[in-house]
Structure formats: structure tokens, C-alpha cells
Design a protein around this ligand. Structure first.
Ligand SMILES: *Cc1c(COP(=O)(O)O)cnc(C)c1O
Length: 445
């Protein structure tokens, strides 16, 4: 721990006033084993990724086999079976319109690639003035410059990087909520914005149906359908970011299936490799590819570790494993247990909302809690759930047992009950090593 503190930077963290850390020495199934011997039940799937849990024999074997062949070769001028097989598989499981696959090193890079494809597409089509993107508030698309420009401008990082981040066009958060009726008037703002600037916009980019890190909110599929239709009527390309929602998490293989709409460009990542290695992919239609490559042009992107064979091999193994199992029933069951398990939180003081979509369960608090106390209260109860902002949320591995899920939801409800309400200081139970003084909120995730 001392060596970590001396040199290592953690996500969204200060090195001057660092938040507590728990060293992991082993992980298997749904368990994270800490250095002090404690085992935590994982409720995070390591940020939406480890859907099959840790050290899954099928995924381990795929990696071992590929290591024994070769671990990496450059992708310029060379190709290999793991990349080709994974591209075929991705084309197979996504809508038939999506035929081309560009491999990226992470989700954020997949988003950069999507944006560059959209811009190059309009250059190829002789409309280079289409330079800007339309998006909704409350979105999250990654931490690189292009991705940041389409994250929520308030709870994202626009304030910090004002002149660095490209100016994009924002409309309000998608409305209404997932199971509420969509009204035509919910499109009024989009309609107005498109009327004003539709001919300058290259594409619309959204997370279909579920906004993840920007607030864990599911919105009506009808909104997505109407947005896509309206944007297309002004010629915009449609980019779906399914980096968080892909691979079954919302109950359908991809969240866009709730709305029955197909994008021109699709980004995937996170659960793509079952959480083993970093990999993203951007898929597009023949029409987009043809425009990008018009007049002898090439697409101008090419990461050093593009289509890393280890990442591709484990992604193929993870995706095949998912498809071979009853993932719909698994995620539906997960959702039922999350709904039942989190429901008691609704009655707790300080709780604003409890919601579940697919395998994502959320307790939203009315006020910013003491994040350190909340985190410690969860770990003390033997689960790994990482709150952010006013949200205490879980997206457990699909392999979670009923007992695992009960452990996670019970701990969430109890920890929220203990910490969310600001009690007088004499009533605050200090947890060893955890400061009880209020922290600035962690902004992301
Ligand atoms: C996590 C996430 C990203 C960024 O992916 P990284 O692999 O962290 O770069 C982009 N979009 C969405 C919707 C995400 O959830």
C-alpha cells in the first residue's frame, strides 16, 4: 500500500488526498480476495466488464492458447485469425446493416473512431461543413478529448478543459423514463435544434435506452426511435455507444433492440472481452465505409496495439460463451432479484429513487453522501460496490448466485441506511482507517 501511495495514480483520484484502497491478491468467480484474507462479493463486474466473473476456465484457456501462438503482431499489413473471427462474430450478432469492424484499444478510442468515421464520411460526401455532433445531456462516452466533448457538459469535464474540448450541440436529457409513455412533445427541443443547425451536424451520438455513468437512467425506447427518425430526416448519421449496455446487460443483447432501431455506427467495449483485456470495436455500415473511402481516401486511425490477438481471442471466447448460455433468463432473473433486494431502500430516509433495468440496480440518494463512509460500510459488509456521486449501483457478474445477489443488495440497503442520512456527529460510527469528514464528490463512475 505504501508503494502504491508513493507512485501510482488511481482513476479520478487525487494523489495528495487519496481515497482508501483495498489491495486485491486473487480473484475467482464472483469473489475478490483482499490482502488481509477477506473475500468480497463483486457487485461491479469491474466496471460492467467481467460478466462471466474472474478466472473463468473458458476465457483462461482461450488466452493461454493464444499466448502459446503469439501475443501481438502489428495490424498494418498483417492479419490474424483472432481478429477475423471476432469481426465475423460481431457482424453476426449485431444488425445486418453493420458490416465493417474497426478494432480500438478501449471504449474511449472506439468513440473517437466513431466520431472520426462520421467526419470523414461527410468529407467523402462533399459536405465537410458537417463538423459537429448532436447529443443529449447526461451522457457519458469516455475520457479522451473527442469523447469528453459529448459527455454531459455539467457533470462531465467541460469546465476543466473549456478551450480543449470541441463545442458540440446538446439537447436535454432523454425523456421520459423507460416505462413511461413517450409523447411527441418530448421531441420539441430536438426538432428546434435540428431546424436551426441540422445541416451543420455530422451525427447524433447517444447511449441507447440506458445512460450509464452519466446518471444510470433508463429512458423510453420511443424517445430513441423518434430521435433517430428525426435526425435521419436531417441527414445526420446515428452513432450508438453500447460500450456499457452491450452483451446483454439491459436484458437484450444490445440496448438498441428495446427500440428496434439500427445505427450507422456502433461502439462496443467493456464486456466485449469479459473484462480480461482492454478492447473496443467500432462497427459501421457499407454506406459509411464507402463514403469514408471515397476518391481513394483511407480512414485515418491505426493504434499500435490494434486488434491485439490476446484481446481478440478472449473477446471471441467470452462472447461465444455468453451466446451459448441462457443469458436472457440469467439477466432477467438477476433483474428480479435486484428489484426485490433493493426495494426496501425506497423506504429509507435520504433515498430519492430505486430503479432496475436488466442487470443494473440503482439506489439514488437525495443528497451527496459521505463517499468514504459509504464505501467502507459496503466493504465491511463483504461486498464490492463502488458508489459515485449520489448513486449506489450494482451490475453484478452474470454468474452471480442468488446468495451473491442477496449479499450485494442487502449490503447496499444496509449501508445506505447507515450512511445516507446525515446523523449528528456523536452518532457517526467511525470505521478504522476511514476519515469521516466530508469529501468532495468523486465526479465520475
Ligand atoms: C466506459 C464507457 C466508455 C469509455 O470506455 P473506456 O474503455 O473506459 O475508455 C465510453 N462509453 C460508455 C457508454 C462507457 O460506459
Amino acid at each position: 500500500m505504501a508503494r502504491d501511495r508513493r507512485h501510482v495514480w488511481h482513476p479520478y483520484a487525487s494523489v495528495v488526498d487519496p481515497t482508501p484502497l483495498w489491495p486485491v491478491v486473487d480473484a475467482h468467480g464472483t469473489r475478490l480476495v483482499l490482502a488481509d484474507g477477506r473475500e468480497l462479493v463483486d457487485g461491479m463486474s469491474s466496471w460492467w466488464a467481467a460478466i462471466h466473473g474472474y478466472r473463468h476456465p473458458v476465457l483462461d484457456r482461450a488466452l493461454h492458447e493464444q499466448v502459446d501462438r503469439f501475443s501481438h503482431v502489428m495490424f498494418g499489413g498483417l492479419t490474424h485469425e483472432p481478429a477475423v473471427a471476432l469481426a465475423e462474430l460481431l457482424v453476426d450478432i449485431t444488425p445486418p446493416e453493420l458490416t465493417r469492424v474497426f478494432f480500438a484499444d478501449s471504449g474511449s478510442v472506439a468513440v473517437e473512431v466513431a466520431v472520426k468515421l462520421a467526419l470523414q464520411h461527410w468529407q467523402g460526401r462533399g459536405q465537410p461543413e458537417r463538423q459537429h455532433l448532436l447529443t443529449v445531456r447526461g451522457g457519458y462516452h469516455g475520457d479522451t478529448a473527442g469523447a469528453m466533448s459529448v459527455c454531459d457538459p455539467v457533470n462531465g469535464m467541460h469546465g476543466l478543459f473549456r478551450d480543449y474540448v470541441a463545442k458540440q450541440v446538446f439537447v436535454g436529457r432523454p425523456r421520459p423514463a423507460f416505462d413511461e409513455p413517450f409523447l411527441d412533445s418530448d421531441m420539441d427541443e430536438v426538432r428546434e435544434v435540428l431546424r436551426m443547425s441540422g445541416d451543420r451536424l455530422a451525427a447524433v451520438i447517444v447511449e441507447p435506452v440506458l445512460q450509464g455513468t452519466g446518471g444510470m437512467r433508463a429512458y423510453a425506447p420511443g424517445y430513441l426511435r423518434a430521435l433517430v427518425e428525426l435526425c435521419r430526416s436531417y441527414g445526420l448519421l446515428v452513432i450508438f455507444d453500447e460500450i456499457a449496455t452491450g452483451f446483454g446487460r439491459t436484458g437484450t443483447l444490445f440496448a438498441m433492440e428495446h427500440a428496434g432501431v439500427v445505427p450507422d455506427i456502433l461502439c462496443v467495449g467493456k464486456a466485449l472481452t469479459g473484462g480480461y483485456l482492454t478492447l473496443g470495436a467500432t462497427l459501421c455500415t457499407d454506406a459509411v465505409a464507402a463514403a469514408v473511402c471515397a476518391d481513394g481516401a483511407a480512414f485515418m486511425h491505426g493504434p499500435t496495439f490494434m486488434a491485439n490477438p490476446l484481446a481478440c481471442a478472449v473477446a471471441r471466447a467470452s462472447t461465444s460463451l455468453l451466446l451459448a448460455g441462457p443469458w436472457q433468463e440469467t439477466v432477467a432473473h438477476l433483474g428480479e432479484l435486484l428489484r426485490a433486494g433493493l426495494e426496501p431502500a425506497r423506504e429509507l430516509p435520504g433515498v430519492a429513487d430505486v430503479r432496475v433495468l436488466g442487470g443494473v440496480g440503482v439506489i439514488e440518494l437525495a443528497d451527496q453522501p459521505d463517499a468514504r463512509r459509504l464505501q467502507a460500510a459496503l466493504v465491511d459488509r463483504g461486498v464490492w460496490v463502488r458508489p459515485f456521486g449520489r448513486l449506489v449501483y450494482t451490475m453484478p457478474p452474470y454468474i452471480s448466485s442468488d446468495e451473491d445477489l442477496a449479499a450485494v443488495t442487502d449490503a447496499m440497503v444496509e449501508a445506505v441506511g447507515e450512511v445516507a442520512v446525515h446523523r449528528p456527529p456523536h452518532d457517526q460510527r467511525r470505521t478504522s482507517g476511514v476519515s469521516a469528514h466530508p469529501r468532495p464528490p468523486e465526479v465520475r463512475r
